[in-house]
Design a protein. Structure first.
Length: 359
């Protein structure tokens, strides 16, 4: 009697050939139901064998230039945006504000820009004015944000939106109206800023792993084309600080989600061994009596969200040389950035902003 699961009685060579056919079509074979434990283990071993191994240090992208505004706010620019004279932009850090919610007692105030439960609303509004002043030289420059929920929804921003009681639910925002700053909040997720140099259109996208799987950046550029007639060859983009591949360990479910959407999914993952200095110095403390293959100690799978979103920009038609990687791992450099993971959920928010300077 033939088994419902092909791995149960199909030679490895045939399974691998089948996987190759699926890969060529940008698809991944999926098992329905439950297979035997040994079969699942073999399948995962085959998957892991296809992943490159890396050291965390090799995957780390440190932050680039940090600018300090006259009001003390520290922020990161995108070098490729410097030539666009009409463009406002910047990626905030946690340095230079008035918040006391996330810093040690006695430390200088911080630039939390999110309305979190731990912080005071008026303090956050003051911090937002400080950021606007640092980027545009005017603290009263209007800032438009969205209520983010890891979607691929895009909102078109207009000055009339400033009168709304609540911002729209979306994870991307676009506009062609000058005098506004568009802002995306992050504390590990990837912020992506895009500008059309010809038509003077700007966009900001929030790309966590769920939004990335839903193609938030590709969808957003498609919306720019529909709404404003933007051409991909006229676009420039900047990918800001977020959790890096050096630190972003994920589970099998995330690997599966990416494989279901992208033919190049395997190129986004690396096998990384634990670099814990205690484990390195005292390996005998971490020995286990479990049989080989059954221990939880071993390499973890890390996702490169920056590369995933760079690939989406390329697929949307943005030229490689028009894409800036600003750098900075929020988890590694949590003295410079807020990190939800490093703070175990207790973290402020940064804002990545972009706008059109009035004529």
């Amino acid at each position: 009697m033939s088994s419902f699961f092909p791995e149960a009685d199909t030679p490895d060579s045939e399974i691998e050939a089948l996987d190759e056919l699926f890969a060529q079509a940008g698809l991944v074979r999926n098992l329905r139901g439950k297979a035997a434990g040994a079969t699942v283990l073999l399948r995962r071993q085959r998957q892991r064998q296809r992943m490159e191994r890396a050291d965390p240090e090799d995957l780390r992208r440190m932050a680039g230039e940090i600018r300090v505004a006259p009001n003390g706010v520290q922020w990161l620019p995108a070098p490729g945006f410097a030539a666009v004279e009409w463009l406002w932009h910047g990626f905030s850090t946690r340095r230079g504000g008035q918040s006391r919610a996330y810093c040690p007692e006695g430390a200088a105030g911080e630039l939390n820009l999110g309305f979190t439960e731990a912080d005071d609303r008026e303090t956050v509004l003051l911090n937002r004015r400080l950021l606007a002043e640092a980027i545009t030289a005017d603290a009263s420059t209007p800032l438009i944000t969205v209520r983010q929920f890891h979607s691929n929804l895009i909102a078109a921003a207009r000055k009339s939106d400033l009168a709304r009681l609540q911002p729209p639910k979306a994870d991307g925002v676009i506009t062609d109206q000058p005098g506004l700053l568009l802002g995306i909040q992050t504390a590990d997720c990837i912020p992506v800023l895009v500008a059309d140099r010809g038509k003077k259109v700007v966009a900001a996208f929030h790309a966590g792993w769920r939004g990335t799987v839903k193609r938030i950046v590709e969808m957003g550029i498609g919306r720019m084309r529909l709404e404003y007639g933007c051409r991909p060859e006229d676009l420039c983009a900047a990918i800001g600080p977020g959790i890096g591949a050096c630190c972003y360990a994920v589970g099998e479910e995330v690997v599966t989600e990416f494989e279901s959407q992208f033919a190049y999914a395997r190129e986004l993952f690396r096998e990384v061994f634990d670099a814990d200095p205690v484990r390195t110095k005292y390996p005998m403390l971490f020995l286990t009596q479990r049989a080989p293959g059954h221990s939880s100690i071993g390499p973890s799978v890390h996702l490169d969200l920056v590369e995933a979103n760079r690939r989406q920009l390329l697929d949307a038609g943005v030229k490689p040389e028009a894409i800036d990687l600003v750098g900075g791992c929020t988890n590694c450099q949590n003295d410079l950035f807020f990190s939800h993971r490093a703070g175990r959920g207790h973290a402020g928010r940064m804002l990545s902003v972009i706008g059109i300077r009035p004529s």
